[in-house]
Structure formats: structure tokens, C-alpha cells
Design a protein around this ligand. Structure first.
Ligand code: ADE
Length: 231
């Protein structure tokens, strides 16, 4: 079994890389994939870059080039559900591309015309394990299961949060997860997106984000390590 792990930024993968053993590097384009072992499992780890296209490229390469059996995305997100606090964990139940808008033709926001699915569902057994690990590690009150929405936008406005909550019932928002989920749907790869909250996507987001990104990324990574021990 080979497990793929994608993070968008260096902060989101650096600590996982530091506990991997037997690392070999493989360059594809300008991306560096790290192959090795983590918690007794064969893994391929990459810093994929920010945004949906980068997420989709990495997920596709993880499948087609590295032939992964399962794929994880680990990283940070902005909270949308007002009950969720900075540092909390969101395990994605399903993911939607919030900036997909063909409403001019009468489609619901997020709906991708001519595709059966656009609410891409995470693997249920990986979800269960992730929630178990997260709850044991951080306590029940810090762990959430819900919808994650992704778009090529850093959200920093109360109006936009309200819109994401009302339109999609989103728990948190980020910039890659739904694209990775979309690729996993096409190729039938079991996947899970785990996000820790670095900011609340409001007027303070650009101040909170740099302050909390490292802590949040660490929380998300702790859960990935715990999951690897149990699968
Ligand atoms: N990742 C972390 N915080 C975010 C935000 N507010 N918007 C989009 N992506 C994020």
C-alpha cells in the first residue's frame, strides 16, 4: 500500500517530512515528491502549491505516477462555522468548489455541469479513523466533521463567510481540497482532507493567519501520523 500526502505549503509538510525515514526525492516538473516511510507505511509527500489547479495536478500525479492507494490532504483553513475556533480540526465529509458558478444556465452554485457529482465525498472509513485520532489527541470539543469548500480565493470578509455558510453550509474554507477531491472522484481514490483552523476568514484573517498557520499545520499533521498508525 502506498499513501499519498499533499500539503499546499512548506509549513504544511515540513514536519511530516522531518519524521519520514529513507527519503528519496523525485522531481516532476518543478515539484519535488518525497518517497519514504512514515509510521511504518510507504508514503509519498509533496508540497503542491496553493490553489485548485496545483491541488489537481498533484492528486493526478499521485495516482498516475506514484500509484497511491489512498490520498490525504493536510493543512490549514479559514473557519466559516462561527462555533469553530482557531486551532480546531475539521475532518471533511464532502468538498465543493465554491467558485464554480454556472448559475447563468440555472445551475446551483458549485454544481459542475455535465458531471453527476460535485459534492465530492471523503472515504468514510478514513473519516472515522481521523475523528477517533483527533478526538483522542485534542478532545471532542475541538474536532468537527463537516463540509469543506475550496476556491482560488483567500477569504477575509464577514460577508463572504455568511455567503459560504448560507449557500453551502460550509464548516471551513481553503484553496485546494475540493480540487483534490474532484480528482479522487474521477480516479476512484479513497481520500480525506484534514484541515486545522488558522483564522476565521473574517476581517482579522490576514493578521491571524501568519500567527497561527504553524500551530494549525502541526495539529493537522499530528492527526495524519495517528491515522497512518491505524490503517
Ligand atoms: N487557508 C487558511 N485560511 C484561509 C482563508 N481565510 N481563505 C482561504 N484559504 C485559507
Amino acid at each position: 500500500m502506498v499513501i499519498g500526502i499533499i500539503g499546499a505549503m512548506n509549513e504544511e509538510i515540513i514536519e511530516l517530512k522531518s519524521v519520514m525515514t529513507g527519503i528519496e526525492e523525485e522531481r516532476l516538473g518543478n515539484l519535488t515528491f518525497f518517497k519514504g516511510e512514515l509510521r511504518g507505511k510507504r508514503v509519498v509527500l509533496v508540497e503542491g502549491g496553493i490553489g485548485k489547479v496545483n491541488g489537481a495536478i498533484c492528486a493526478t500525479l499521485m495516482k498516475n505516477h506514484f500509484n497511491v492507494d489512498k490520498l490525504f490532504f493536510t493543512g490549514v483553513a479559514g473557519g466559516v462555522n462561527p462555533e469553530i475556533n482557531i486551532g480546531d480540526i475539521v475532518v471533511g465529509t464532502d468538498l465543493i468548489e465554491h467558485d464554480f458558478d454556472c448559475s447563468a444556465f440555472g445551475y446551483e452554485l458549485g454544481k459542475i455541469p455535465r458531471m453527476e457529482e460535485y459534492q465530492f465525498k471523503a472515504d468514510e472509513s478514513l473519516r472515522r479513523i481521523a475523528v477517533e485520532v483527533a478526538t483522542e489527541t485534542f478532545g471532542k470539543e475541538k474536532v468537527w466533521e463537516g463540509r469543506i469548500v475550496s476556491g482560488d480565493q483567500f477569504i477575509a470578509s464577514p460577508e463572504k463567510i455568511k455567503w459560504l455558510k448560507e449557500t453551502f453550509n460550509a464548516y471551513c474554507t481553503e484553496m485546494e481540497g475540493a480540487a483534490v477531491a474532484h480528482v479522487c472522484y474521477i480516479f476512484e481514490i479513497p481520500f480525506l482532507v484534514i484541515r486545522a483552523i488558522s483564522d476565521k476568514a473574517d476581517d482579522d484573517a490576514k493578521v491571524d493567519y501568519p500567527e497561527f498557520v504553524k500551530l494549525a499545520a502541526k495539529n493537522s499533521k499530528t492527526i495524519i501520523e495517528g491515522i497512518l498508525e491505524r490503517i
